[in-house]
Design a protein around this ligand. Structure first.
Ligand code: 0L1
Ligand code: MG
Length: 263
């Protein structure tokens, strides 16, 4: 059992690393007893700190490690989740500054916006779809606070699953307007295609990842709330962001979404 003080110290160290834009080494090396459950306790503390000091609030949640490839890389069989805050939202109309980020990467996602609460523990894909107000194309900027993006599963969970920024397209689509299994996705960097995928690459159906999360959250007394934005997990690998880059994600049947990085 780790002491509450230690959990507070880890949360504060991660908060400072993000605020002051520097890397830290993984905590599992210093605290081998750090478990996944304890890591979610640290994540809760980190979110509390950020809400208080940045005067922001929770806007939703994100899934991470939803692809088999990322899970195999980490030697795990389950995804992770993290919290989205209102001040992480990026407006695609303006170039993104990398000044306050450590080593950002960007990846295509599908955003689900909820019209109803979704409470585990027996949430299914069908429940997720019924509770969804709309889906929209999205991108997530991940920016691990760990040195060279090197971490273990508890480390990355404590670090809010590498959450940093998110961009959601302005066009809204009903869940039955798009094919959430076969819909193709093309990801381009500076007008060059860097990856392709389908919506079903996220655990067979992106709503399955969200159902998994709803069923996990309830064990911690939490749930998806009406109004929440949920990023379902990346459809392709992530791309390193450089000054001047542009990124576009194009899904079949949805308007494409582009962002420009400041020079
Ligand atoms: O959104 C993601 O899939 C990232 C989860 C954390 C792992 C990573 O930083 O690659
Ligand atoms: Mg992601």
């Amino acid at each position: 059992m780790m002491k509450t003080d230690t959990l507070d110290q880890i949360a504060y160290a991660l908060y400072l690393a993000e605020r002051d834009v520097y890397e830290v080494t993984k905590f599992v090396e210093r605290y081998p007893e750090l478990t996944v459950e304890t890591a979610y306790d640290i994540q809760d503390k980190l979110i509390e700190l950020k809400c208080k000091h940045e005067q922001t609030s929770i806007s939703g949640l994100k899934l991470g490690l939803t692809s088999k490839a990322k899970q195999q890389m980490m030697g795990v069989h389950e995804p992770t989740y993290g919290v989205l805050l209102a001040n992480m939202a990026v407006n695609a109309q303006h170039p993104i500054s990398l000044k306050s980020l450590i080593h950002p990467k960007i990846e295509p996602e599908i955003a689900f916006v909820f019209k109803e609460d979704l409470v585990g523990p027996v949430v299914t894909v069908a429940h997720v779809l019924i509770a969804t107000a709309y889906v929209a194309p999205a991108m997530e900027i991940i920016d691990s606070r760990y040195l060279n993006f090197h971490f273990t599963l508890p480390d990355v969970i404590a670090d809010n699953s590498s959450s940093s920024r998110y961009i959601v397209g302005s066009q809204k689509y009903a869940v039955n307007e798009v094919d959430l299994v076969n819909m193709g996705c093309i990801f381009t960097q500076n007008d060059e295609m860097i990856a392709t995928s389908t919506a079903g690459s996220v655990m067979g159906h992106p709503a399955r990842a969200i159902a998994w999360m709803a069923n996990k959250l309830i064990a911690r007394g939490q749930h998806i709330r009406a109004g929440d934005i949920v990023l379902s997990g990346a459809l392709t690998g992530s791309a390193t962001m450089h000054a001047g880059d542009s990124f576009t994600v194009s899904f079949d049947g949805m308007e494409s979404l582009s962002v420009q990085v400041e020079r």
